[in-house]
Each structure stands twice: as C-alpha cells, then as structure tokens.
Design a protein around this ligand. Structure first.
Ligand code: ARG
Length: 589
C-alpha cells in the first residue's frame, strides 16, 4: 500500500504536469508548520528559477487544478509560493481503514528480500557482560526485528569471543586455585568429569583476578600465554576445561539475554572459524594478496582516495600466531560457505570502526565476499553516567550488566508499589517487564551513534518520552477495551472508523497514517530510534484524544464502535512497534 505522502505527491505531481511544469517539482513533505497545514509542497519556489516566473504564478494554477479534487479539506497557495495541504477527514479515515485490512498495516515489504547476517551481542566467554555488550545486544535485536519485518531472511549470530588470551588467563587462574584438578595432570589418560569444576560465580571471579595478577607477574602472564597456545593446539586437559567454561558461560549468558528479550539464531564462536584459517592463509599467499612485512603476513588495504592512514590488515603475527583479524576474516569465509548472505552487519562500539573498515576492505580485495555482498558496520556511542563520563559503579568499577538491570527494575518496583495496590509477585513481574523496557527504550530512543546519559529516574518515569509511558498507554487502551467488553458489547464484523469528529481525533489518525513512512525510514536507516519517536508521538496523540473523548459513555453506537475500532488499531500498531524494539507490555501496571 502506498504511503499517504506518496498518494498526495502523485496528485500534486500530476497537477504540476498538467499546468506545464516538470513533475519533479510536485514533491510533498510533512508540514513544518503543523498549526497551518498537514503537508506542504515547496516545488513552485524551485520551479520559478527554471521557468523564470514568479513562484506564485506557478503555485496558483497548480492549486486551482488540485482544488477540483475532493481529497483535501484545504489546499492553498500562499506567499511567496508555498502550497499548504490538509487532507479531508474522509480521505484520512479511508486511508486508515485500508491500513487495517492489509498485512503489516499496508507497509510495503522489501521487493528484493535478502539474506542478512547480523553479528551482535559479541559476549566474551568467562568475562562478565558489561554495558557495551548490552548496547550491542539490544540495538542488534531491534535491527534484526526491523529487517525481518520488512521481509528479509535474517540470521542473528552472537559471535562468542572464546578464542582470545582470556582463555589462557582463566585456565591459569583456575590452576592457581585448584592445582590438583585432573585436567592439569599431563599423565592422566582417562575420561574427564562431565561436571564443571567451578560455578559461574567462581568463573567470573577467576578472570578479573587472573587478569589483575598477570599485570605484575610476568611469569604468570607467560604461563597464561603458553596455555592459550596449547589450548589452541589441542591440549586435551585444557580443551576439556575450555568446554566446561563454554557450557557454564553460555547457560548463564542465555539467562541474561532472555531477561533482555534478546534471542540469537546462532551461537557461533570465534573458535568455529579456526578450521578455515589455514586454507585462507594459503589462498592469500597463492594469489599474492598478502605479503611479508617485518616478519608478519599482511594484506595492504590502503586506497588512493584515503584521507586518513589505513593500516594494513595483519593476518599472521611474526611468530605465526593468528589475531582477532584473522578470526573475523575466517568467519566471513565460514558465513559465505554456510549461508551465502547478501549482507553482513556488525554491531559494536564505534571505537571498532577503523578495525572493521580494514576487515571489510581486506575481505573485498581478496574476494572472500562477492562483489555485491554488502558489509556494514554500525557503531554505537557510549552510555555515560550523569557526570558525562562512561558509566561506572559507585566504586568506579565496570558495572555488571545484571546489576545495571537490577537498578532499573528495583526503581520501577518501588514506583509500582507506591502508586497501586498489587500483590508482591505481580509487582515483581510488572517491574521486570517495565524495568527492562525502561532500560531498552532509554537506549534505543537515541540515535545509535550518539552517546547518551543513563538516568534511572528519567528512564523509569511514567511520563515523557520513556518506555514506561508507552507501556502505560498500551495498558490504558487494553483496559478501555475490556470495559467495553464487560458492558457486554462486541464490535460488529464490518466496523469502520468514521471521519474524525474532533481535532484530537484527526491528529491521532494522522499519526496512524504515518506508520508506513516511519517503517520505511527505520528500515533504510537501520534506526530503531525512528520507531521510538513514532511510539511516543502516537502514544501522545492517543492520550490527548482519550482525555477529550468519552468513549465508554458514548451513546451513539456507530460513533462508539468507530472509536473502539480506532483505538484497537492504535493498540495493534503500538504492540507491533514495541515488538520491533524488543519490549513487552504487562497486562496491568
Ligand atoms: N567479542 C568482541 C568484544 O567484546 C565483540 C565481537 C564483535 N564481532 C566481531 N565479529 N568481531 O569486543
């Protein structure tokens, strides 16, 4: 279904052509003076230059032609040559009645659906999740849902970091604590125990402690490095520990992601890409893509047009060791082989931008991907504390993600109990849903690349542009609908939305009619904040309408069922949009 702007633009373009002007001047936009009109066309001003005429002399005949059409309530040419447009209430009502009938509310799907891999989350095994991982997870989850909504085949991959030196550190740390474990006995040939020799809590203590200890103890650091090397080369005992670490970590990670309403289709690991490395390196050498530079194997990725220095992409260190780069390139090989994606999107902190630029160039130059495979990097900004610096715990440490979530759900719990009577269990459930929504909305309502301030009070407020406000609106609509049902009423099958009966209703309908445009923008720009902004505008328009309209007390059945139909559509669209940003509404709050 065409967007409402497209429909209006078509009419206006036609009138430009019939008046003897180029159709390109008939482009319509949303009005920047909503007090005067809903839409506007400024084409006459530009056309004036081409045709050497006064803009009014162009706008006037166009408007006269358009006035014959009955889809406007008002269309006027005003000085110096703007065309101000307000559509008729009948046209608007017809449009949203049509939206109700169509799949996805008439939002046109991608005409050429593609297979897209999103690499997001990116947690590291045995290291606690922090805020950066949270941002990647919730932004990626939303982008995945948006791309999918538009009809693409989307595969979300957590891309676990399980291959770095942190593994050696953890194993060395474990050895320090429990040297007698059978895994450390090189003469042991039997089966290793099925149960892990540590809990997740212990595991999460080991890494930071070992990492700290290694800073001042070169011997320990060397040992960890050596263990990493042995592990990567198949040491039996270390492999067995590593498997335990994977299992314990993944079980725990899944719990946190579930709380955040984030789910991955794939739990691929950096280690899964390792088998592809030898052939890839050979291929780079055979095709003269790679050269030796200061002992290391590198691929040059500089381009003449570069304005900044782009370092070469290192494939093997001088000692033959592989790097994060090597793994990422091999992962591309693996993905092309297993899924042949048309597009890959990586979502990390924007500080990794140059890194990914290098990887993408290398993958293109060496033809690991097809010419038309799109590679995108989406870098996000930092979550800051109120002091404007990267968010820390009160003690100045890195905030564990679970504690961060808890600080928000606790605040919501307090607010819920303060205002309503609810039993403890329900209050807890509500606080969990609303708290997570507050956190996610607080994040996603910002442009992805921007830094933002984590502000519990603001995020959890039930008023303003917040997650709780959106959920509150949803709960309110649900409660009106149940009241209507409790009165023994039911919408007739052929219920329709009548033309607006007030300015508030008109404004609400206008917001509804924008859904397609918003989705289009959110999709093309991969921008969840577009959806948040729309949620807020729509919720706000609904609440203004609601305060001015006595829906339940209305005696005219036709009018009442029109309103019920209207707010049902508002509810459906709100629910669709919150699902796209990965949040859920409670039944009450
Ligand atoms: N594990 C990495 C980190 O914590 C993020 C991984 C991003 N994805 C990738 N393919 N490199 O920084």
């Amino acid at each position: 279904m065409k967007t409402i702007i497209e429909l209006i633009t078509e009419e206006v373009k036609q009138a430009f052509v019939q008046s003897g002007f180029d159709e390109k001047y008939g482009t319509v936009t949303i009005s920047n003076r909503p007090d005067l009109c809903q839409y506007q066309c400024n084409g006459a001003l530009a056309a004036a230059k081409q045709y050497r005429m006064a803009p009014m002399k162009i706008a006037q005949p166009v408007v006269e032609l358009l006035q014959k059409n009955n889809i406007w309530s008002e269309i006027t040419a005003i000085m110096p040559g703007f065309i101000n447009i307000t559509v008729s209430d009948e046209f608007l009502a017809d449009y949203i009645n049509q939206m109700r009938k169509e799949e996805n509310f008439g939002c046109e799907k991608e005409p050429n659906p593609r297979t897209i891999i999103i690499d997001y989350g990116g947690p590291n095994i045995a290291k606690p999740l922090h805020v950066g991982h949270m941002r990647s997870a919730i932004i990626g989850e939303s982008i995945k849902r948006i791309l999918r909504f538009m009809g693409n085949e989307v595969i979300g991959d957590a891309h676990l970091g399980d291959w770095g030196t942190q593994m050696g550190l953890v194993i060395a740390g474990l050895r320090q604590r429990k040297p007698d474990l059978v895994y450390f006995d090189d003469s042991y040939e039997g089966e290793y125990p099925a149960e892990a020799p540590f809990t997740i809590t212990e595991l999460e203590e080991i890494y930071p402690a070992a990492s700290e200890y290694s800073k001042n103890n070169p011997d320990f650091r060397e040992e960890a490095k050596h263990i990493t090397y042995l592990l990567q080369n198949g040491h039996r005992g270390y492999r067995a520990i590593w498997n335990h670490i994977l299992e314990v970590s993944i079980t725990d990670l899944k719990k946190v992601y579930q709380r955040l309403n984030v789910t991955f289709d794939l739990w691929k690991k950096e280690s899964d890409a390792q088998p592809y490395i030898p052939d890839m390196v050979q291929y780079f050498k055979d095709n003269n893509y790679a050269k030796i530079s200061e002992g290391a194997l590198v691929v040059d990725v500089k381009e003449e047009t570069d304005t900044k220095e782009i370092p070469p992409c290192m494939i093997l260190k001088s000692d033959g060791a592989t790097l994060y780069n090597t793994t990422d390139l091999a992962t591309i090989v693996e993905r092309m082989k297993l899924f042949a994606p048309d597009r890959m999107i990586y979502i990390t902190d924007k500080r990794q931008e140059l890194y990914f630029e290098t990887i993408f160039r290398c993958a293109r130059k060496t033809k690991l991907v097809k010419e038309d495979t799109e590679l995108n990097f989406i870098g996000f900004g930092t979550m800051n504390g109120k002091d404007g610096k990267p968010f820390k715990t009160r003690e100045g440490g890195v905030m564990r993600l679970e504690n961060l979530i808890k600080s928000v759900t606790d605040e919501v719990y307090r607010k819920v109990l303060e205002n309503r009577s609810m039993d403890e269990q329900e209050a807890k459930d509500v606080a969990e849903k609303v708290g997570v929504a507050a956190l996610k909305y607080g994040d996603l309502s910002n442009q992805v690349s921007k830094d933002y301030v984590f502000d519990v009070e603001r995020f959890t407020s039930f008023e303003g542009n917040t997650g709780p406000y959106i959920l509150y609106t949803i709960v309110r609509i649900k409660s009106i609908l149940s009241k209507y049902e409790e009165m023994g009423k039911k919408l007739p099958d052929d219920s329709v939305i009548l033309p607006a009966s007030s300015n508030y209703e008109q404004a609400l309908m206008l917001e509804l009619s924008k859904f397609n445009e918003v989705m289009d923008a959110a999709y093309k720009e991969t921008a969840p904040n577009r959806i948040c902004q729309y949620l807020y505008d729509l919720a706000d328009a609904f609440n203004s309408f609601y305060h001015e309209t006595k829906i339940i007390a209305e005696e005219d059945e036709k009018q009442q069922s029109s309103w019920i139909t209207l707010i049902t559509l508002v509810l459906d669209i709100l629910l669709t949009c919150i699902d796209l940003i990965g949040i859920e509404a409670p039944e009450r709050m």
